[in-house]
Design a protein around this ligand. Sequence first.
Ligand code: MN
Length: 319
Amino acid sequence: MVTFSGMTLTTSTDRASTRERPLDETARPAAERSVEAIHRSTGFHWVGNGFFVSTYFPSATLAAERVSPFLLMDYGPAREFSAQARGKRGVGWHPHRGFETVTLAWEGAVAHRDNAGHRGVIGPGDAQWMTAASGIFHEEYHEEQFTRSGGRLHMMQLWVNLPKQDKAAAPGYQPILAADVPSVALGSGGRVRVIAGEYAGVRGPAKTFTPIRMLDAELRPGEALNVELPAAHNALAMVAEGRARAGGNEARAGELLLFANDGDRLVIEAAEASHVILLAGEPIDEPIVQYGPFVMNSVEEIEQAIEDVQSGKFGPIPD
Ligand code: MN
């Protein structure tokens, strides 16, 4: 989301320097992953005047290498917005280059419009997968009727990195509606919605540039999410509601589990009815240089992005 003003320059060398442990994958039998850290983000801030979110990462305590290919996670827990008779809540036109934004909503509705000609509303259960890649301008507001009526908004926005070879790809847009997201029923009434990658042989609709798993799970007490994945893939799980156990640890609502890369499966068991979002993927082992809404591989590419915005190469902003 990130507004265009107040930007800070962050390079991968600025970030916390936790190094991945060397792994000998060939010698290791199928093993359940341990939990490397439980991350809690306590600071909230407004994005524009519409999104009250906590930025779980980038974070000084969560190294970029450990969350790659994800770059940023802004989480907005359910929050009541009063009815508003006129005006908009959200963020006006701003550019992005070099990555994808993925916006998930569980309550409320977010309206999107970009200068590549896409528009849509992200409602409960929907996922919007927007590829900024070579460059896009977009705006993100509460949907108009939702603004007028008021109500609860519960959302998350992720930034997903693109490898160097795809940062210049054409912008894209995947409006993934709740009805298009397949779900796997669990034994006691819970379900796993598959947005990207697969679960129990069911494949999600999102097309991704690199291997990514995104699962949205509603777990009843005692139910578990069992995920097989290559040990080298990074894995995170956000406990949005409830309480969940993994690798001998327990995480509460608002806590993000970071799994160690020490096994090729992970298990998250609900200690009580829980809502868990699993994010996993193959890390992109390239330098990260972020400046506000741009994420590139070098400072020179950031300077080029700024120049391209200023010279109109991102295209005109619609009225
Ligand atoms: Mn944005």
